[in-house]
Ligand binder design. Structure first.
Ligand code: FE2
Length: 298
Protein backbone atom coordinates (compact mmCIF):
# COMPACT_ATOMS: atom_id res chain seq x y z
CA UNK A 1 0.00 0.00 0.00
CA UNK A 2 1.15 3.57 -0.69
CA UNK A 3 1.14 6.57 1.59
CA UNK A 4 -1.36 8.30 -0.72
CA UNK A 5 -4.60 9.36 0.98
CA UNK A 6 -6.25 6.93 -1.42
CA UNK A 7 -5.49 3.32 -0.41
CA UNK A 8 -3.67 1.70 -3.31
CA UNK A 9 -2.80 -1.96 -3.77
CA UNK A 10 -1.33 -4.13 -6.49
CA UNK A 11 -3.92 -6.64 -7.59
CA UNK A 12 -1.76 -9.72 -8.31
CA UNK A 13 -0.54 -9.58 -4.72
CA UNK A 14 -4.09 -10.00 -3.57
CA UNK A 15 -6.09 -12.55 -5.52
CA UNK A 16 -8.76 -12.03 -2.91
CA UNK A 17 -9.04 -8.84 -0.90
CA UNK A 18 -7.95 -8.95 2.73
CA UNK A 19 -9.66 -7.58 5.82
CA UNK A 20 -7.18 -4.67 5.72
CA UNK A 21 -8.33 -3.72 2.20
CA UNK A 22 -11.95 -3.99 3.24
CA UNK A 23 -11.27 -1.74 6.24
CA UNK A 24 -9.51 0.80 3.98
CA UNK A 25 -12.49 0.82 1.64
CA UNK A 26 -14.92 1.51 4.45
CA UNK A 27 -12.66 4.27 5.80
CA UNK A 28 -11.83 6.06 2.53
CA UNK A 29 -14.81 5.09 0.38
CA UNK A 30 -12.42 4.35 -2.46
CA UNK A 31 -9.67 1.81 -3.10
CA UNK A 32 -7.31 1.56 -6.07
CA UNK A 33 -6.08 -1.79 -7.44
CA UNK A 34 -3.20 -1.45 -9.87
CA UNK A 35 -2.64 -4.13 -12.52
CA UNK A 36 -6.12 -5.54 -12.12
CA UNK A 37 -6.63 -6.09 -15.86
CA UNK A 38 -3.95 -7.13 -18.33
CA UNK A 39 -3.01 -4.94 -21.30
CA UNK A 40 -4.58 -7.61 -23.52
CA UNK A 41 -7.88 -7.48 -21.64
CA UNK A 42 -7.95 -3.67 -21.90
CA UNK A 43 -7.12 -3.78 -25.61
CA UNK A 44 -9.83 -6.37 -26.20
CA UNK A 45 -12.46 -4.04 -24.72
CA UNK A 46 -11.12 -1.09 -26.72
CA UNK A 47 -11.24 -3.11 -29.95
CA UNK A 48 -14.75 -4.26 -29.19
CA UNK A 49 -15.90 -0.70 -28.48
CA UNK A 50 -14.40 0.36 -31.81
CA UNK A 51 -16.40 -2.37 -33.56
CA UNK A 52 -19.58 -1.19 -31.87
CA UNK A 53 -18.88 2.39 -32.92
CA UNK A 54 -18.29 1.31 -36.53
CA UNK A 55 -21.78 -0.17 -36.53
CA UNK A 56 -23.35 2.96 -35.09
CA UNK A 57 -25.09 5.53 -37.27
CA UNK A 58 -24.62 8.96 -35.63
CA UNK A 59 -28.01 9.99 -37.02
CA UNK A 60 -29.48 7.53 -34.51
CA UNK A 61 -28.54 9.86 -31.72
CA UNK A 62 -27.93 13.55 -31.49
CA UNK A 63 -28.01 13.16 -27.77
CA UNK A 64 -25.46 15.12 -25.80
CA UNK A 65 -24.43 13.82 -22.42
CA UNK A 66 -23.19 16.30 -19.90
CA UNK A 67 -23.57 16.35 -16.13
CA UNK A 68 -22.75 20.07 -16.36
CA UNK A 69 -26.22 20.67 -17.73
CA UNK A 70 -29.48 18.81 -17.60
CA UNK A 71 -29.59 18.65 -21.37
CA UNK A 72 -29.91 14.88 -21.52
CA UNK A 73 -32.72 14.78 -19.06
CA UNK A 74 -36.05 14.26 -20.68
CA UNK A 75 -34.20 12.79 -23.61
CA UNK A 76 -35.98 9.62 -24.55
CA UNK A 77 -32.93 8.13 -26.24
CA UNK A 78 -31.05 8.38 -22.94
CA UNK A 79 -33.85 7.35 -20.62
CA UNK A 80 -34.59 4.20 -22.60
CA UNK A 81 -30.97 3.09 -22.64
CA UNK A 82 -30.89 1.17 -19.34
CA UNK A 83 -31.29 -2.17 -21.11
CA UNK A 84 -29.70 -1.23 -24.43
CA UNK A 85 -26.39 -0.27 -26.02
CA UNK A 86 -26.61 3.38 -27.00
CA UNK A 87 -24.15 6.12 -27.90
CA UNK A 88 -23.86 9.60 -26.38
CA UNK A 89 -21.87 12.54 -27.75
CA UNK A 90 -19.83 15.24 -26.08
CA UNK A 91 -21.28 18.73 -26.37
CA UNK A 92 -18.04 19.79 -28.10
CA UNK A 93 -18.64 17.27 -30.90
CA UNK A 94 -20.99 19.69 -32.69
CA UNK A 95 -20.53 23.00 -34.46
CA UNK A 96 -22.72 26.03 -33.84
CA UNK A 97 -25.30 24.71 -36.28
CA UNK A 98 -25.54 21.40 -34.45
CA UNK A 99 -23.59 19.41 -37.03
CA UNK A 100 -21.16 16.69 -35.98
CA UNK A 101 -17.64 17.99 -36.62
CA UNK A 102 -15.76 14.70 -36.26
CA UNK A 103 -16.18 10.96 -36.61
CA UNK A 104 -18.00 9.05 -33.88
CA UNK A 105 -14.97 7.92 -31.88
CA UNK A 106 -13.55 11.46 -31.70
CA UNK A 107 -16.86 12.92 -30.58
CA UNK A 108 -18.49 10.33 -28.36
CA UNK A 109 -18.67 10.78 -24.60
CA UNK A 110 -19.81 7.28 -23.79
CA UNK A 111 -21.59 4.07 -24.73
CA UNK A 112 -24.15 2.68 -22.27
CA UNK A 113 -25.81 1.23 -20.33
CA UNK A 114 -26.19 -2.57 -20.71
CA UNK A 115 -22.97 -3.57 -22.46
CA UNK A 116 -22.43 -6.10 -19.68
CA UNK A 117 -25.54 -8.08 -20.59
CA UNK A 118 -25.81 -7.50 -24.35
CA UNK A 119 -22.27 -7.76 -25.69
CA UNK A 120 -20.36 -11.02 -25.21
CA UNK A 121 -16.92 -9.40 -24.91
CA UNK A 122 -18.03 -6.89 -22.28
CA UNK A 123 -20.09 -9.60 -20.59
CA UNK A 124 -17.08 -11.88 -20.16
CA UNK A 125 -15.06 -9.06 -18.60
CA UNK A 126 -17.89 -7.81 -16.37
CA UNK A 127 -18.86 -11.16 -14.87
CA UNK A 128 -15.32 -12.11 -13.83
CA UNK A 129 -15.77 -14.07 -10.60
CA UNK A 130 -13.29 -11.93 -8.68
CA UNK A 131 -15.59 -8.90 -9.09
CA UNK A 132 -18.57 -10.68 -7.57
CA UNK A 133 -16.41 -11.95 -4.76
CA UNK A 134 -15.04 -8.47 -4.10
CA UNK A 135 -18.51 -6.87 -4.14
CA UNK A 136 -19.65 -9.49 -1.65
CA UNK A 137 -16.59 -8.90 0.55
CA UNK A 138 -17.34 -5.16 0.51
CA UNK A 139 -20.76 -5.85 1.99
CA UNK A 140 -23.17 -6.51 -0.89
CA UNK A 141 -25.04 -9.72 0.01
CA UNK A 142 -26.28 -10.40 -3.53
CA UNK A 143 -24.47 -8.07 -5.95
CA UNK A 144 -25.77 -7.44 -9.47
CA UNK A 145 -24.53 -5.13 -12.21
CA UNK A 146 -27.19 -2.54 -12.95
CA UNK A 147 -25.22 -0.33 -15.34
CA UNK A 148 -22.16 -0.41 -17.59
CA UNK A 149 -20.56 2.45 -19.46
CA UNK A 150 -17.68 2.72 -21.92
CA UNK A 151 -16.34 6.23 -21.36
CA UNK A 152 -14.20 7.77 -24.10
CA UNK A 153 -13.26 11.20 -22.71
CA UNK A 154 -11.94 12.12 -26.18
CA UNK A 155 -8.91 14.37 -26.79
CA UNK A 156 -9.51 18.13 -26.54
CA UNK A 157 -13.31 17.98 -26.11
CA UNK A 158 -13.71 15.39 -23.33
CA UNK A 159 -16.00 17.19 -20.90
CA UNK A 160 -15.61 18.00 -17.23
CA UNK A 161 -17.61 15.92 -14.76
CA UNK A 162 -18.56 17.98 -11.73
CA UNK A 163 -18.45 16.70 -8.16
CA UNK A 164 -21.25 14.23 -7.63
CA UNK A 165 -22.19 10.96 -5.94
CA UNK A 166 -23.29 8.03 -8.05
CA UNK A 167 -26.03 7.10 -5.57
CA UNK A 168 -27.76 10.26 -6.80
CA UNK A 169 -28.50 8.36 -10.00
CA UNK A 170 -28.42 4.76 -8.80
CA UNK A 171 -30.37 5.01 -5.59
CA UNK A 172 -31.24 2.03 -3.41
CA UNK A 173 -32.64 1.64 0.10
CA UNK A 174 -30.46 0.97 1.97
CA UNK A 175 -27.61 2.52 -0.01
CA UNK A 176 -25.70 -0.13 -1.95
CA UNK A 177 -24.46 1.44 -5.21
CA UNK A 178 -20.79 0.58 -5.73
CA UNK A 179 -18.69 1.75 -8.67
CA UNK A 180 -16.03 -0.32 -10.45
CA UNK A 181 -13.96 1.90 -12.78
CA UNK A 182 -11.36 0.32 -15.07
CA UNK A 183 -8.66 2.39 -16.80
CA UNK A 184 -8.36 1.05 -20.35
CA UNK A 185 -5.70 3.68 -21.09
CA UNK A 186 -3.48 5.68 -18.75
CA UNK A 187 -5.59 8.29 -16.96
CA UNK A 188 -3.46 11.29 -16.03
CA UNK A 189 -3.91 14.79 -14.63
CA UNK A 190 -3.58 15.99 -18.25
CA UNK A 191 -6.31 13.87 -19.82
CA UNK A 192 -8.84 14.11 -17.00
CA UNK A 193 -8.23 11.44 -14.37
CA UNK A 194 -10.69 11.07 -11.52
CA UNK A 195 -10.56 13.03 -8.27
CA UNK A 196 -11.95 11.85 -4.94
CA UNK A 197 -12.62 13.20 -1.45
CA UNK A 198 -11.44 10.28 0.70
CA UNK A 199 -13.66 9.64 3.72
CA UNK A 200 -16.48 11.87 2.53
CA UNK A 201 -18.69 8.92 1.53
CA UNK A 202 -19.63 8.96 5.21
CA UNK A 203 -21.48 12.22 4.60
CA UNK A 204 -25.01 12.55 3.36
CA UNK A 205 -26.37 11.97 -0.11
CA UNK A 206 -26.69 15.52 -1.45
CA UNK A 207 -29.02 14.96 -4.38
CA UNK A 208 -31.35 12.36 -5.76
CA UNK A 209 -32.33 12.09 -9.40
CA UNK A 210 -35.88 10.83 -9.90
CA UNK A 211 -37.90 9.96 -12.95
CA UNK A 212 -40.93 12.23 -12.82
CA UNK A 213 -42.57 11.13 -16.06
CA UNK A 214 -41.96 8.42 -18.61
CA UNK A 215 -39.26 10.46 -20.33
CA UNK A 216 -38.38 13.16 -17.83
CA UNK A 217 -36.25 13.28 -14.70
CA UNK A 218 -35.64 15.83 -12.00
CA UNK A 219 -32.77 16.17 -9.52
CA UNK A 220 -33.93 16.86 -5.96
CA UNK A 221 -31.63 18.57 -3.48
CA UNK A 222 -31.55 16.55 -0.24
CA UNK A 223 -28.75 18.37 1.60
CA UNK A 224 -27.22 21.69 0.55
CA UNK A 225 -23.90 21.07 2.34
CA UNK A 226 -21.23 21.73 -0.30
CA UNK A 227 -18.47 19.23 -1.03
CA UNK A 228 -15.05 20.47 0.22
CA UNK A 229 -13.73 20.46 -3.33
CA UNK A 230 -10.38 21.98 -2.31
CA UNK A 231 -9.58 18.69 -0.56
CA UNK A 232 -9.99 16.71 -3.79
CA UNK A 233 -7.24 14.18 -4.50
CA UNK A 234 -6.28 13.37 -8.08
CA UNK A 235 -6.15 9.64 -8.79
CA UNK A 236 -3.97 9.05 -11.85
CA UNK A 237 -4.45 5.47 -12.97
CA UNK A 238 -2.27 3.39 -15.22
CA UNK A 239 -3.91 1.22 -17.87
CA UNK A 240 -5.33 -1.88 -16.19
CA UNK A 241 -6.06 -0.15 -12.87
CA UNK A 242 -9.37 -0.74 -11.10
CA UNK A 243 -10.84 1.94 -8.84
CA UNK A 244 -13.64 0.75 -6.57
CA UNK A 245 -15.74 3.38 -4.86
CA UNK A 246 -18.77 3.79 -2.65
CA UNK A 247 -21.96 5.20 -4.17
CA UNK A 248 -21.80 8.20 -1.85
CA UNK A 249 -18.08 8.86 -2.52
CA UNK A 250 -17.89 12.36 -4.05
CA UNK A 251 -15.85 12.36 -7.26
CA UNK A 252 -15.16 14.52 -10.29
CA UNK A 253 -12.93 14.71 -13.34
CA UNK A 254 -11.43 17.62 -15.22
CA UNK A 255 -11.97 18.20 -18.93
CA UNK A 256 -9.59 16.47 -21.30
CA UNK A 257 -7.66 19.25 -23.03
CA UNK A 258 -4.81 16.92 -24.01
CA UNK A 259 -4.17 15.14 -27.29
CA UNK A 260 -4.76 11.75 -25.66
CA UNK A 261 -8.04 9.97 -25.12
CA UNK A 262 -8.92 8.55 -21.71
CA UNK A 263 -10.92 5.41 -22.31
CA UNK A 264 -12.41 3.72 -19.25
CA UNK A 265 -15.04 1.09 -18.55
CA UNK A 266 -17.32 1.34 -15.54
CA UNK A 267 -19.75 -0.95 -13.79
CA UNK A 268 -22.25 0.02 -11.14
CA UNK A 269 -23.26 -2.76 -8.82
CA UNK A 270 -26.15 -2.84 -6.35
CA UNK A 271 -27.23 -5.28 -3.67
CA UNK A 272 -30.35 -7.11 -4.83
CA UNK A 273 -31.46 -7.45 -1.22
CA UNK A 274 -31.93 -3.66 -1.16
CA UNK A 275 -34.88 -1.88 -2.75
CA UNK A 276 -34.38 -0.40 -6.22
CA UNK A 277 -37.12 2.23 -6.76
CA UNK A 278 -39.05 2.43 -9.99
CA UNK A 279 -38.42 6.18 -9.86
CA UNK A 280 -34.72 5.66 -10.68
CA UNK A 281 -34.04 6.74 -14.26
CA UNK A 282 -32.44 3.40 -15.15
CA UNK A 283 -35.05 0.72 -15.63
CA UNK A 284 -34.81 -2.60 -17.43
CA UNK A 285 -37.58 -4.43 -19.20
CA UNK A 286 -39.11 -7.43 -17.45
CA UNK A 287 -37.48 -9.84 -19.91
CA UNK A 288 -34.00 -8.60 -18.89
CA UNK A 289 -33.89 -9.08 -15.13
CA UNK A 290 -30.71 -8.34 -13.19
CA UNK A 291 -28.29 -11.23 -12.91
CA UNK A 292 -26.38 -12.03 -9.76
CA UNK A 293 -22.70 -11.25 -9.99
CA UNK A 294 -21.89 -13.98 -7.52
CA UNK A 295 -20.64 -17.26 -8.89
CA UNK A 296 -22.28 -20.09 -6.98
CA UNK A 297 -19.95 -22.41 -5.13
CA UNK A 298 -19.43 -25.67 -7.04
FE1 FE2 B 1 -19.79 9.19 -11.24
Amino acid sequence: MTSSPIPTYRWPDLGQISDAVIADYHEAGVVVFEDFASDEACDQLRARARRLMEGFDPAESLSVFSTASESHQGDRYFLESGDKIRFFFESGAFDDDGRLVSDAEAGLNKIGHALHDLDPVFEAFSYRPELGRMAHDLGLADPAIVQSMYILKPPRIGGEVHWHQDSTYIYTEPDSCTGFWFALEDATTENGCMHFLPGHHKGSLRERNVRTQQFATHTERLDATPFPEHLGVAVPARKGTLVVFHGRAPHASAPNRSDHSRHAYTLHVIDQTSTYPDTNWLQRSADMPLRSLLVPNP
